[in-house]
Design a protein around this ligand. Structure first.
Ligand SMILES: Nc1nc2c(c(=O)[nH]1)N[C@H]1C(S)=C(S)[C@@H](COP(=O)(O)O)O[C@H]1N2
Ligand SMILES: [Mo]
Length: 273
């Protein structure tokens, strides 16, 4: 990402969205069956080339574990291993590919959990909560915008199997944290929640402080519309759409892994690529 969208990535699209896959409105039920998600998660896990490591550790684990023949336990541990490996892998991963503004595409409205109440955009404030659980600030959109904005164009990916190149405008979360959480004790996660607390996600510190993680107020050159999460939403190139919470009501710094809507429904916490 650059402060001005760069032209370097404006080459033909090499991973065009698969439009053959039926789109399912995730309002209510999970976007795709959990088995399919796991399958995809496993597939991308393997493409990272950690099969060898996983197999070796799995083998060691099998060798060392008590002979109780409990397959579900083993499966659970394998999933945990998968998550731990993700956590390490993402730390070494470079920025995601960016595109020129010309490459941007329309993006559908997807997911309205936590957006069902009418929101008085004028009176909205975001509540900022510190590590000790106490409120630090209540900020309006002008406070956020006063921190400065960047433009960035990257591919938004949804676990349903579609993706679009999207142009975001917003404040880097790292800039926000520098201004409003500099005096906080060490924190390792951030919880984001809608004002009605119907939708909530947890994100790790690395992701939140990454340059490609924005508190966004603009989409494709226009102010965010309410359906896309106005006045403020998360946009990050590091995670699937499920983590990019629209209509942020609360930002909480914490040292506990936050509750997460889709984790409670069987998806993995990291939801990375
Ligand atoms: N509050 C809220 N945020 C949300 C969702 C939602 O249902 N509620 N859905 C997520 C999903 S699955 C995706 S793909 C993106 C879609 O963003 P868009 O509607 O701007 O395309 O929003 C994410 N953020
Ligand atoms: Mo999504």
């Amino acid at each position: 990402m650059t402060d001005r969208p760069d032209a370097a990535g404006a080459t033909p699209d090499d991973d065009a969205p698969d439009r053959s896959r039926p789109w399912v409105d995730p309002d209510g039920g999970p976007p795709i069956p959990i088995e399919e998600y796991r399958k995809r998660s496993r597939r991308s896990f393997l493409t990272f080339g950690v099969l060898g490591v996983g197999a070796y550790l799995g083998f060691r684990h099998l060798q060392n574990r008590p002979e109780d023949g409990s397959i579900p336990d083993f499966t659970r541990r394998a999933l945990q291993l998968n998550e731990n490996v993700w956590e390490r892998l993402q730390r070494s991963s470079a920025d995601s590919r960016t595109f020129s503004v010309d490459a941007r595409e329309d993006i559908r409205v997807n997911g309205r959990i936590g957006l069902r109440d009418d929101l008085d955009q004028e009176r909205w404030t975001v509540r900022v909560i510190g590590v000790d659980g106490h409120d630090l600030e209540a900020l309006d959109i002008a406070d956020i915008q006063a921190l400065g904005g960047v433009d960035a164009v990257w591919r938004h990916k949804c676990i349903e199997g579609w993706s679009n190149i999207v142009h975001w405008t917003g404040t880097r979360f790292s800039t926000f944290a520098e201004r409003y959480a500099a005096d906080q004790p060490e924190w390792d996660h951030v919880s984001l929640r809608t004002p009605d607390e119907e939708y909530y996600v947890g994100l790790d510190r690395y992701t939140m402080l990454h340059d490609q993680t924005l508190l966004a107020w603009g989409l494709n050159g226009e102010p965010l519309t309410p359906d896309h999460g106005a006045p403020l939403r998360l946009a990050t190139s590091l995670k699937y759409g499920i983590k990019q919470l629209k209509r942020i009501g609360t930002i909480e710094f914490t040292n506990e892994r936050p509750d997460d809507y889709w984790v409670e429904r069987g998806y993995d916490f990291h939801a990375g690529f």
